[in-house]
Design a binder for this molecule. Structure first.
Ligand SMILES: C[S@@+](CC[C@H](N)C(=O)[O-])C[C@H]1O[C@@H](n2cnc3c(N)ncnc32)[C@H](O)[C@@H]1O
Length: 287
């Protein structure tokens, strides 16, 4: 943006917003959740935070920066507003296909023999990813699903943003949002409610939706057979990605799968712990 355009932009704004305010907000967000908000994201920061400035009855971003310095509840709201939660049902479907073809059959066998299976959708946003995953696993076979869900199968789905987790837990989406769900699965696993579709409670209750900051402590016991951690590392810098990947690798069983987003890649020492299986799909090798 040239100087004149930047000036016009400032004049059109409802609240005074300085580069120093942007940098203070960016530093706080980076420290807490690792998301990078460089200078080029000033418009995004303004657009997402201005409603909070208004809701708090303040007149400038500088006042808001002071507020979130001491008010942890408002700080959490600011972070929530600054997460980008774009997702969709059956996004990057090749991961679900790979899981269902190669990984799921032996896991389903294990469950039938009384064994345990643990799955984690890390940074699940509003729930489209874990619901797609369960629908892909079960297909339209509701009685098979019922049998498997009585076995020792657990799916954890986590995100740092409380507002998207609330949507995930409600399991109610517009028909437009659900248009990428194959018709047979929509019929099997949703019912209409006005203009929306509601996910069957059998699926909804099978997923433990929990708040979790990927940069913080993980109150998680045991290891997972598969982790989906897609399209969140794109917001992090290289050292944060490397630390996160090492922690995810530790949380996977030998032979376990890690699926990451289409523009993400394995970096650092952790690369040696995985074998590339397909597009952004990695299998942990035995130690
Ligand atoms: C673009 S969405 C990706 C959703 C889904 N995995 C997918 O690929 O469609 C990124 C999600 O990461 C979450 N997120 C960002 N930073 C996080 C952090 N430090 N810990 C946990 N979740 C985080 C955001 O709240 C957002 O819902």
């Amino acid at each position: 943006m040239n100087r004149t355009a930047a000036l016009a932009d400032t004049r059109a704004r409802e609240f005074d917003f300085r580069a120093a305010d942007h940098r203070a907000i960016a530093a706080l967000v980076y420290d807490e959740v690792g998301i990078l908000l460089p200078d080029g994201k000033a418009q995004l920061v303004y657009g997402r935070i201005a409603p909070r400035v208004r809701a708090c009855g303040l007149e400038t971003f500088a006042d808001y920066v002071t507020l979130i310095g001491r008010d942890t509840v408002e700080r959490a709201r600011a972070i929530d507003a600054l997460t980008t939660n774009h997702t969709s049902f059956f996004r990057e479907n090749h991961h679900f296909e790979d899981f269902v073809e190669r990984i799921w059959p032996p896991l389903a066998d294990r469950l039938a023999k009384g064994g345990r299976v643990r799955l984690w959708s890390a940074a699940c946003s509003s729930g489209e990813e874990p619901y797609s995953w369960l629908m892909a696993m079960f297909g339209a076979d509701r009685s098979g699903a019922q049998r498997l869900l009585k076995a020792d199968l657990r799916m954890l789905a986590t995100d740092v943003s409380p507002s998207v987790l609330a949507t995930a837990r409600a399991g109610q989406y517009s028909k437009e949002t659900m248009r990428t769900v194959p018709a047979s699965l929509r019929t099997a696993w949703t019912r209409g409610e006005g203009d929306d579709l509601v996910v069957d409670p059998m699926l909804r209750d099978a997923i433990a939706f929990r708040p979790l900051n990927l940069l913080g402590d993980w109150p998680i016991k045991g290891r997972f057979d598969t982790i989906f951690c897609r399209n969140v590392m794109i917001y992090f810098d290289e050292p944060t990605k490397e630390r996160l990947l090492a922690r995810l690798a530790d949380r996977l069983e030998a032979g376990g799968m890690l699926y990451i987003g289409h523009s993400e890649r394995l970096i650092g020492a952790v690369q040696h712990k995985f074998q590339s299986i397909g597009r952004t799909a990695y299998q942990k090798v035995a130690a």
